[in-house]
Ligand binder design. Structure first.
Ligand code: ZN
Length: 140
């Protein structure tokens, strides 16, 4: 599946300390009427919830990491799910001892976060449930 888009804008932005990263980012997307795009970001969070999708059980195994973490790399895409804009984010986070954890980014409280967003023009991808994988994947 391949779709062609035009790149309309590139935004840079930041979130502030104690922001709940995903709801704040989603609010920015709604306000700016962005429903197709790509995002990358760096910064730090004071805790995070990450997921690993287990293909055997077709469900997410989640971990809560309750400590200050460096956002080594956060990236994702922006499309439509359940009639609303949905940022799908993954992150690699580093701990005080420099070990890293990573996975699907479910939640995180911002300590500092700076991002770049590529805004695409064209009909955004829409996520629908996929029987074969158990995931909500781009279907149209
Ligand atoms: Zn994911």
């Amino acid at each position: 599946m391949l779709k062609e888009f035009g790149v309309t804008k590139v935004f840079q932005g930041s979130l502030k300390k104690v922001d709940d990263l995903i709801p704040e980012l989603t609010a920015i997307l709604k306000e700016a009427k962005i429903s197709a795009g790509a995002i990358t970001g760096i910064g730090a969070v004071t805790g995070a919830e990450l997921g690993y999708f287990n293909g055997q059980t077709k469900s997410y195994e989640k971990i809560q990491v309750q400590e200050s973490l460096e956002i080594v790399s956060l990236k994702g895409n922006i499309s439509i799910k359940d009639d609303g804009v949905f940022p799908h984010l993954h992150a690699v986070l580093s701990k005080k001892d420099f070990s890293v954890v990573g996975g699907h980014f479910f939640a995180g409280i911002v300590y500092a976060f700076e991002f770049e967003m590529l805004v695409l023009a064209g009909k955004p991808f829409t996520r629908k449930f996929d029987e074969a994988t158990g995931l909500f994947l781009w279907k149209e």
